[in-house]
Every structure is written in C-alpha cells, then in structure tokens.
Ligand binder design. Structure first.
Ligand SMILES: Cc1ncc(COP(=O)(O)O)c(C=O)c1O
Length: 426
C-alpha cells in the first residue's frame, strides 16, 4: 500500500472533503460526523486495515456492515476484476454473458435446498424488491409478513418490509399489504398468516435490529407455517450471507430451506457492488415463463461484478471462511463477555453468531462514547441502525486471533473510560 498517497496534504484533503459533504451531499451528516469525532477521510485499505489521510490506521470491525468478509482489496478478487476490465466490464445486454452464467451456477450449488435460479442486481434493497415481486407473482396474493426491527433496505418496497417507523413515516403511504409481527415469535406469524399471505420475509439473524439470534425452533416453524399456508419463505441473507455467521448461509444453522434467498454485501468480495435474489424453479417459472423481461436491471449481472463474486466465493470456500468465522466468533464473543462481567453497569449482553456480534449497553450514551473510544484506539465499530443501544462487530473473516484479542482490550479500555465520563449518569 502506498503510504505517501495518504499523507499528502492530509489536512487540506480532509477539510475540503468534509466541506463538500456539507455543501453537496448531506450537511447534517457532515455535522454529526464532525461532532462525533469521525472527521477523517479514508484514503486506502488493505486486509483488515483502513488508513485515513492523516495516516491513522484502523482495524475495520464494522466491515462496511458486512461487505468486507474477505477484507479490503483481496488480491484474487482484484485480479479477477482487473482481468475482466481488459475484456468487457459491462454487459452489452444483447448477448449472453459468461461470468453471469458461471456465477448463477455457483450460487445454485452453494445455496440450500432447491434454490436454483439467480437474478442479479446491484444492492440489497434491489434484491429484496425482486424477491417481494416474485412472491406476489408466484402466489397471486398481496400480503407480506415481516418483523418489527427487521431491516430490508430503504427503497419503497424494501422499506415497506423494514420494521422501524422512523424511516417509514415520512413516506407513507408505502406499499400496502405489509404486516409486522415481533421477531423470534412464530406464534405471532401463525396468528396472521392466511390464504392472503404471499410471503414471510425474515432475517435469519436480525442485523440492524440489534444482532438478534432467534431461538432454535423459530425458522423451522416459519418454514412449516409457510408450507402449510402456501406462502413463500423469503430469507433475507443480505447481511448474514456468504459465511458471516459460521455457515455459508445463516439459515443452514437450522436446516431451513427458503423458497427465495436474498444476498448482496459480501457477494462482491468487498470490491464490486452486487446483489441477487435466488429462487426455486417454480418461482422462476411463475415470474419469467410468459415474459422473460418481467423483472430487469440494466447494470445487474454485469461482468465485473460477477467476476468479483465468483472470485469471492472461490476464496470463501477454499479458505473455509465460514468455519473460521464460527471458531473465531466464539472466541470474540467470549472475550467481549469477559469485559461484560467486569462492567455489568455498562453492558447488558454480548450475543451473536460467527463473526456477526452485538454488544448491548444498558444505556444509549455508553455506546456512543465506546464507539468514539474505539476509534481513538484504532478500531472501527458502529451502531445497529434500528437499535442504538447495540453496537456491532463484523470484522473481516480473515481477522486473526491476536487481532481479536487486541480489539477486546481496546473495547475494555473504552468501556472503562466511558464509565468515568458518565459517572453519576449511568
Ligand atoms: C438484511 C438486510 N437486507 C437488506 C439490506 C439493504 O441493503 P442495501 O443497503 O445494499 O440496499 C440490508 C442493509 O443493511 C440488510 O442488512
């Protein structure tokens, strides 16, 4: 990595970039970031490390909300993308595209059950949009059951499935037909599922809702209920997919086979944006048999993104990253839990699956100070979007045990420091 590019005119680059955010992107965000002590600009990254223009290095325990499972700039993903750049980067759309076909075949092999056909898009929300449309078309029904605290994206359809009012209220009326029930409560689904239900959409581990791992019978019961009522089960694995939780797909922990699975984030190997929804032959037949252009995307399935995804899956399998996530996740959770026992006033719970880990504080303010403390010590972490009492650690799956130990120490120090600052309040 070129050290010099990150230190040239650091102060000017930083100030100018933040000013441009304030003037042309999002003034409030610029203010909040400045105020919270994140007034730095990222310059380059490699493996688990992000470097800012001031030359500060950070261990990336946020991992782009789950994007960087292979770390930053994985050499094999970069090589595949560079090779494709010299051939054809974006699809002409008229002819067949080999990387897209190869990727769909690979995804059919690694996804559970009878999932076989892939539709490629560019983000998680788009994958969810496609899945919802497919469920309505397959069943001819309109209702969708989703969960309180669930996060599925912020486009109109995906937002309708998302379970937090603060992001939805200003945009009402959203897509009609969505019913929200508490997460990890199959009986609540049983009460509302009916012959009008097109699908139940659920995250196998709620991410933005606060890293919530469901009880063992939850997803199997949802599977049973959907089958009984002729509704589809959509598993949103945008955040959990591709090894993050210790299995290639989190639903495999419970042996549950969905009718549609969505994925994005880590699929592009931390180099290219790509999303997909993947369905059974019956679902595809219903959507595309009469009109193969029923659902389309100009950039979806482009050659560059598909080459990145193929390389990402190859590395994930060859280096047994799901197994690594399972093993290291247990150690990470145990380390953080030890810190919890030292500071019971500050920490309510440590939970997670694989390297998708959440720490719930007793008070929102502690989380804010701990995130800032971690950043000062060179660790990037962040809140879960729908639950500000919970911060999450989603490091690259290539993180080492030593690095985990170091993050745990930084966390311990940051919590102790936050408690001193909040003395008399917490
Ligand atoms: C489970 C889940 N679904 C969907 C999305 C939306 O993905 P995107 O931000 O790529 O649209 C997210 C993003 O965090 C997510 O965690």
């Amino acid at each position: 990595m070129e050290e010099t590019t990150c230190s040239v005119n650091a102060e000017t680059v930083t100030e100018e970039t933040i000013d441009k955010y304030a003037d042309y992107i999002n003034p409030s965000l610029a203010n909040i970031m400045r105020f919270a002590g994140f007034a730095e600009v990222e310059c380059c990254a490699e493996g688990v490390t992000v470097t800012d223009y001031s030359g500060n290095k950070y261990l990336d325990c946020l991992g782009g909300y789950g994007v960087f499972s292979l770390g930053h700039r994985h050499p094999e993903v970069l090589a595949a993308v560079k090779d494709q750049l010299d051939r054809i980067p974006l699809s002409s759309k008229l002819f067949f595209n080999k990387p897209s076909a190869d990727l769909a075949e690979t995804i059919a092999r690694i996804t559970p059950g009878r999932l076989q056909f892939s539709f490629f898009c560019n983000s998680g929300a788009e994958a969810v949009e496609g899945a919802l449309k497919a469920a309505r078309m397959y069943t001819g029904r309109t209702e969708i059951i989703s969960t309180v605290g669930g996060f599925h994206g912020k486009s109109m359809g995906a937002l309708s499935a998302t379970g937090r009012d603060v992001y939805k209220s200003p945009f009402q009326p959203l897509v009609p037909g969505f019913i929200h029930v508490p997460y990890n409560d199959a009986s609540a689904v049983e009460k509302v599922i009916s012959k009008n239900t097109a699908a139940v959409i659920v995250e196998p581990v709620q991410g933005e809702g606060g890293i919530r791992v469901p009880s063992t019978d939850y997803l199997p019961r949802l599977r049973e209920l959907c089958t009984k009522h002729g509704a589809l089960l959509i598993m949103d694995e945008v955040q959990t997919g591709l090894g993050r939780t210790g299995k290639m797909f989190a639903c495999q922990h419970w042996g549950v086979e969905p009718d549609i699975i969505t994925m994005a984030k880590a699929l592009g190997g931390g180099v290219m944006p790509i999303g997909a929804f993947v369905g059974t032959p019956e679902v595809w037949d219903a959507v595309f048999r009469d009109n193969p252009l029923m659902h389309t995307s100009t950039f979806g399935g482009n050659e560059l993104s598909c080459r990145a995804a193929l390389a990402a899956i190859e590395v994930t399998e060859r280096e047994h990253l799901p197994e690594r996530a399972a093993e290291l996740g247990k150690k990470f959770i145990a380390g953080l839990d030890e810190v919890r026992t030292k500071h019971p006033k500050a920490l309510h719970e440590v939970r997670g699956l694989g390297l998708m880990i959440g720490v719930e504080f007793t008070h929102e303010d502690i989380g804010e100070l701990v995130i800032a403390g971690l950043s000062r010590r060179g660790v990037i972490a962040a809140y879960t979007l729908n639950n500000p009492k919970v911060i999450r650690f989603e490091p690259p799956l290539i993180i080492t045990e030593d690095q985990i130990g170091w993050v745990v120490s930084a966390f311990d120090e940051s919590v102790a420091e936050a408690l001193i600052m909040l003395e008399g309040i917490v």
